[in-house]
Every structure is written in structure tokens, then in C-alpha cells.
Design a protein around this ligand. Sequence first.
Ligand code: GLN
Length: 542
Amino acid sequence: MSKFIFVTGGVTSSLGKGIISASLAKLLQARGLKVTIQKFDPYINVDPGTLNPYEHGECYVTDDGAETDLDLGHYERFLNISTSQANNVTTGRIYQTVINKEREGAYLGKTVQVVPHITDEIKRRIQLLEAEGDYDVIITELGGTVGDIESLPYLEAVRQLRNELKKKNSLVIHLTLIPYLKAAGEHKTKPTQHSVKELQESGIIPDVLVCRTESHITDDIKRKLSLFCNVDKDHVIEAIDADTIYRVPILMHEEHLDEIVIEKLHLKSKHGPNLEKWQEFLMRYMQPKEEVNIVLVGKYNELPDAYKSIYEAFVHAGAQNECKVNVIPIHSENLDDTSLPLEIHKIHGILVAPGFGDRGIEGKINAIQYVRENGIPFFGICLGMQCAVVEHFRNVVGLDDVSSTEVNPEAKHPVIDLMPEQLKIVNKGGTMRLGAYDCTIREDTLAHEIYGNTNISERHRHRYEFNNDYLDQMESKGLIASGFNPETGLVEIVECEDHPFFIGVQYHPELKSRVEVPHPLFVAFVKAAIQFKKTKEMIGAL
Ligand code: GLN
């Protein structure tokens, strides 16, 4: 039987519930327990797939093709596990299920209500994971902030479930903020008192208070919080701002969060957390021997969360190479000619990001021409790969009126075209080519050298693909298709023969990079950037 941990948030949003949940899960996993994490999002969208990245950041895609919240990326990166559709549920999906059941006649004769029908569906979703894998612990992160109208059914479901589960099988961790008032010269506990009171009104008394703070809180503050919030003083713990999210598991262990949880839930942990690999990663990350600048050409750069997994994949690959990777975002809309707003010796690699629609496309193509002509390492992801193909046909093959039909449906040479199965699709939600697909890599290619493998599986999220009518023409001029879907022949990887490092992939490798298993493509790209920098420095010194 699984034990359940619920993580709620108070006072403000963006306190990092996802990171605290992932850190606790990591500690429990490192103690030999089988753990998974799930997130409930209180919005009405059925999933975040239809959301603009400016809303909640990137849409994270799982192996089974679920379009999910970016926190699932943290869970996978920290735990080195694969999540699924069951790990992210929205209010929209809960209601959709209940309404569909109502239409089928499942509640015949009954009035369908928030309590018990919506809360029952929430409870069913929480327990679904228990049936899926024999987890020792299931951590459920409740999105939103206590006090929000839309969070109420979730809190009610947690209250009910806690009663059903009996005390020793569940606990509630409340993450809160302890602001420091400079003028008064002290930390303030009042906002936390209020948010815990709010939680108590829903019938939930938190077992642990995790207090986000910019500076250390005193024992007195903990005592006060304990007194007013009805939480054991030893269970009031500090979560001080960290220099990197990857230090949070270590900090939480120092605060005994894992011990508290083990004790409260009567869990059997044979040993303390084995964090050797994690510590090794942190050391490599914090003490780099090299430094490179990678330009990230994208169109959602105002919000770095829109490219969360790409940034994190660079952290993992950088640590692997003992190299500090400075990711410099440049807006594709600002690239209206083939130069870049940075001197060439300051750029050691360019990544052209995924994206949708025509905004900023020409800037991406210009950037690719620049790196191709200057021998700068290039890595294109999804739309980035599609732009590399368009650039090749325009500037190397020399065709005119070349485009992707996403940008120009009337183009004479649609080298990137809508996938045939997309033609009949009308609905926007959940209808792209999503999730893990196999890819076969051709031997004697850069991709093969990087993966060291012929068969790989990577995650996807796209509607357009390389138009195979142009395959021979593309390859005859040096852009090689080095990876294919074995069933459909869809081109998954392209690479440039006469270039030190030029690779574009139709899939999203960033979604599979983990702290303890960095993605080989990112590792190779960073290595190529280091090499490029060294060569440039050598030439400069001559
Ligand atoms: N817009 C492109 C497509 O749908 C690329 C998608 C992406 O970059 N994720 O095929």
C-alpha cells in the first residue's frame, strides 16, 4: 500500500512547490524507496497543450504523449523516472471525465455536484497511480495557492482522503513564505499564520511547514509559527534561497525533511539517502573548468520558462563537460539579416529553438545561414531543424520560393509539409504527433557517433515534417538525413556533412535529459562548442 504526501502552497504563487516536491522525492528515492510525483493544476484547460508558453512556460511532453505542466520536467530530471498522463491532471480533465460519465448515464437520477462527484474523481485520480506502479510513496502537488476559489475542491478531496487513509498513511506539507521586513528588521510570520488558518478552515492541519526565506529564520520564529499554526516546532523547517535548484535536495536533507517524513509515515528506509552521484554532479556543475556561450534563438525569450527543459539540459550537459554554459537568449524577430548582435568570437554555438507559427521564422533562418557559413556549432530542435532544411534549400541548393507550409501554404517548394494524418484534424487540443517514437540512425553519421546506437526513442510534439519528395535533392548537396522513423520513413535527424557540428532533430531531446543521465546530443553540442572556442583562441593567438 502506498503512502501519500500532499504538498500545498500558501501566501504567494511561485514558491517552488515543484522543486520542493521533487527534492523530497529525490531524498526518499535515494533512501531506497519507490516514489512518484503527481501534479494537479486548478485551471479549466484539459491540458496545457493549447496554452501559449507565455502563460505557464513550456509544455512538457511525456513518453505516452501527454502534454503536461513543466513541473513534470523537474520530477523526471530529479528522479530519473518517466512520468505519464496520470501524473498531471487539471480541473478541466476532472470535469470532462465527470461530465462524460453524466452523459453516459452513470449517475442516472442523481444531481451531479462538486461534492461528492468532483471530489470523488479527484480522489480516484490521486489513487490511480497506486494501481499503476507499486509505489512506496506518492507525492501529490496541489497547484495554486491556498485561498484560491479554484483550489477548494482539491483541498476538500484531500481532507476526505486523509480520513479514509487514516493518519499514518498520509501527510500534508505546506510551503509558505516568510518575508523579511527591512524597515522592521525582522521576519514576519503573519502571512503564514493566515494561510494555515485558511487551510484549517478546509479541515486540513499541515504536518510540516516548509518556510521559503531569503535569510535564515531564528528559532524564535519557528516557535512562533509552531504555536500559531499548530505544527510541531521540529516540523517547521527552513527553505532558504539556493544558488541552484539542484542544491535543494541537499538543503532539505540538512533540514531533516526526509527523516521527518519517514518517521511520520512509518516508512521503512534501510539507509540514509545515497546522494553520491548527485553530489558529484553538483561539484562538476559548481566548479567548471571551461566556459562557453551558447546563443538560444527563440521567440518566447522574455520568459525563460518557455524553454525550461533546454536550459536544464544545458546545466546537465555543462556539468558533464565540466563547463559553464552561458545561454544567451536572442529574439529571432530581431535577426533581420545574417549577422548576429554578438561578435563572432563570443559565440561558441547556436541552438535554434522549437516553436509554432510564422513569427520570427526568417530570423531563425538567417541565424542558421550565419552558423553554417562560419562553421559555428549548430543544434536545431523541431522547428529549428525545419528551419535548417529551409535554409539549405534556399541558400545551398539554390531553389526559390522555399518554405514550410506552416509559414507559407502556397510555397512552390514546400520542403516542410503538414503530416498526412494531420490533414483531417480539426481540434487543436492533443492532436499533434505526440510522445515517444522510435528512430533508426544511419551508421557513419554524426548522430550515430553521438548516440553510439542505431535504435533510439525520443519524444515529439509537431504537426509538420520533412517532405520526403526532396530527400535526394537535400542529400546531394550535403544535408544528410541521418535518422528516420522505421515505420513511416519520417526524417527525424538531419546533419551537415561539411561542418564541424551541424545537427537538427525533429524531436525534443531536451525532454529526456536528466541530472544523472545528461542527454548525449546536448553533451556533444557543448563539447563541440568548447572545441570551437579553443580553435578560435588558437587561431587568434597565431
Ligand atoms: N511548428 C512545427 C510543427 O508543428 C514545429 C513544432 C515544434 O517546434 N515543437 O511541426
